[in-house]
Write a protein that binds this ligand. Sequence first.
Ligand SMILES: [Zn+2]
Length: 324
Amino acid sequence: MTTRDPLTVIGFDLGNTNLSAAVVTATGKVVSRWREDNPRSEGAQASLRVVEQMLRRTAEEFPQVAAVGLGFGGPVDVATGEIRRSHHTEGWEGLRLGEWVGERLGLPAYVDNDANAGGLGEACFGAGRGAPSLLYVNVGTGIGGAVIIGGRIHHGAHSNAGEIGHVVLTPEHGPVCTCGKRGCVEAWASGDALGTAAWEALAADPKRESALRELSAGQVTGRAVSETAAKGDVLALEVLDQTGWYLGVAIAAACNVLDPELVVIGGGVSEDNPAYLQAVDRALRTYGTPPVAENTRLAAAELGYEAGVVGAAAVALQALGGVE
Ligand SMILES: [Zn+2]
């Protein structure tokens, strides 16, 4: 006798650079995966045309799918599935993305912020399996986060819980954030911030040796800093230590309030980046209250490049009551 997954859904990740669709089972297994460039410079309508095409083709090829889960890279009103804002492209504001997809596919569609989806994905199928509560932090170009309590996303009163990237650490000084405020965690510790911090460190001491000097300003990205640090470059390691420390200070504060079992760090900057994660861990042990400092585990995310689609699928699976 063959066993069948009771539920299969489409997980769709509307990322800044890529649009990704996957067919995912109730055990988190990716059956099929598909990615296209996001034509975001042409506006939201151009992106939506590609989204529709990808969803229709996936639903035709896999008629057994029961629902669609969507992760969007910006604030979402989860009660209505409405996009509040996109930080990168005009034209998304006010779109009821869940309804928009539901009408076109004839399937129930559930929308959440991509960091919330990523956190739920890790809680259901990744590093957070079995943990009753976790704080998820995604460090990429920006910094997003999610609070998972009792295996469910805690959205808060205004669909705003988990926004650790915009916790202000230094209101009177420090870099200006994408949100317009000064001294946010995202402005100190994101992938973009890493590149900026490295460039400033090079400019501050022109005699200081570093392999990063071979690069032009635009090439000193978070990825370049991490790769250079992995080869033992002292300046790059110092930058990772400083930026990771800032993130750790904010994580310690969040843990003092929430007291989660586990903190999971995901996103491009955290992958294969021990220096950054060690700095986060050190700040967590320094600024966590004693029960937090001694007991709260810090783990790297496990879903890697599939985090976006698996997380979006988890949103749909959970809405249908089907996560195993
Ligand atoms: Zn901010």
